[in-house]
Design a protein around this ligand. Structure first.
Ligand code: ATP
Length: 380
């Protein structure tokens, strides 16, 4: 039996709270399917930096690069805003999150946007259902190693401290644009199209009417699209897209965009899902994968035992699916399928839902219900 090594980086704020829940689910799955998983946990983040002077224990990057079959990340963020970094000190977010993304070549950030049944959206302090469940089912694919967040090339501006004028460089390359747009078209091939008409399409979101980098991105998208005649082309400027995303989510199947736009758009898209705590993501490269919820450390709710663990649990589900496909391991793929059914059954059932989406269940109660569903699926 193959042993899979999973490196877990819980991080700051609610990161460890949601990671604990994902770990409980993962252990249950490994028992139910007799998987051989080695879970390797490392502390990291702002808190760790303030305790030790380092963002993570020495050798953690190499552990993720050379030993891990997959990496699970909670969240890196400033749990206590009063603790500021010294001038010139490297931010743990840059070193850990951006460092792993660029150091492991994780060029594709994949963020599924799905709405489950019985979700209530908290808008202006009131919980209500908003979109029909079947209208929200898209994947936003975000370029992950270039743009404004390109860590190596953009180091100076990010660390220069305060001055009266600063410039942030944005790197967009033809090679990076081709990789990510091809990834998006390949993804669309395996999906069943946009909810509105069941037609497969890839929407390119950019600001190519103003920005040169976006022009290159769109031209590259257009040339890649010729290789996929069966998949529809669609273009949107990023400002218009924000409106269309919330007004008519049913029109979108796969959306591909640049790094910063993707970062902002997927927080907005989380509104369609019921909140940030619902949103999972995968960072995929040629040889590595790192999986993390879309949300950050959420300092406003950390320690209150109210965080929604679903985004983290679904990120772990994406990890099982990716690892199963990569290693051609049927049992891993089956466990990923079971977990996705268990989460769906849990929402259909509608009891003990997360507080964020109108329920009353703390993180551990949510996990108990998912584990219950997993066990039911494996008995049947
Ligand atoms: P960071 O600086 O680490 O990115 P942040 O506060 O800027 O943290 P998020 O952590 O992404 O950003 O949180 C944004 C908002 O969404 C907060 O009000 C937070 O409480 C809410 N939120 C985020 N994650 C969850 C979750 N898992 N469950 C419930 N609410 C969440």
């Amino acid at each position: 039996m193959t042993t899979y090594k999973i490196v877990m980086l819980p991080g700051d704020g609610i990161g460890p709270e949601v990671m604990d829940q994902a770990k409980r689910v993962l252990i249950t799955i490994s028992e139910l399917h007799n998987l051989d998983l080695e879970l390797i946990e490392r502390p990291c983040g702002f808190e760790y930096l303030h305790e030790t002077g380092e963002p993570w224990p020495e050798g953690t990057f190499e552990l993720c690069r050379d030993v891990a079959d997959a990496v699970l990340l909670g969240a890196i963020g400033r749990a206590d805003n009063a603790k500021t970094l010294a001038v010139g000190e490297h931010s743990p977010g840059r070193i850990i999150v951006l460092g792993l993304r660029s150091g492991l070549g994780l060029y594709a950030n994949v963020r599924p946007v799905m709405l489950f049944p019985n979700i209530m959206h908290n808008i202006s302090g009131e919980f209500r259902p908003l979109w029909p469940v079947e209208n929200v089912d898209m994947v936003i694919v975000r370029e992950n190693t270039e743009g404004f967040y390109a860590i190596q090339k953009n180091e100076d501006s990010a660390l220069s401290g305060v001055s009266d004028e600063v410039t942030d460089k944005r790197i967009i390359t033809k090679k990076g644009s081709e990789l990510i747009t091809r990834f998006a078209f390949e993804l669309a091939r395996g999906r069943s199209g946009a909810p509105v008409d069941g037609k497969r399409r890839v929407t390119c979101v950019d600001k190519s009417n103003v920005l040169n980098g976006c022009r290159l991105f769109r031209e590259t998208y257009n040339s890649v699209a010729w290789d996929y005649p069966e998949i529809g082309r669609d273009h949107k400027f990023v400002d218009a897209f924000t409106l269309a995303l919330l007004q008519n989510p049913e029109n979108f199947d796969v959306v591909v965009t640049t790094n910063l736009f993707g970062d902002i758009l997927t927080d907005l898209a989380a509104v369609l899902q019921g909140g940030l705590g619902m949103a999972p993501s995968a960072n995929i490269g040629v040889d590595s994968g790192m999986f993390e919820p879309v949300h950050g450390s959420a300092p406003d709710i950390a320690g209150k035992n109210i965080a929604n663990p679903i985004g983290m649990i679904l990120s772990m589900q994406m990890m099982l699916k990716w690892l199963g496909e990569r290693k051609d391991d049927d049992i891993l793929q089956q466990s990923a399928g079971d977990l996705s059914r268990a989460v769906e059954n849990y929402f259909k059932n509608g009891r003990s839902l997360p507080i964020e989406v109108g329920g009353d269940a703390d993180p551990s109660a949510v996990t108990n219900k998912i584990i219950e569903q997993l066990k039911k699926i494996n008995v049947n």
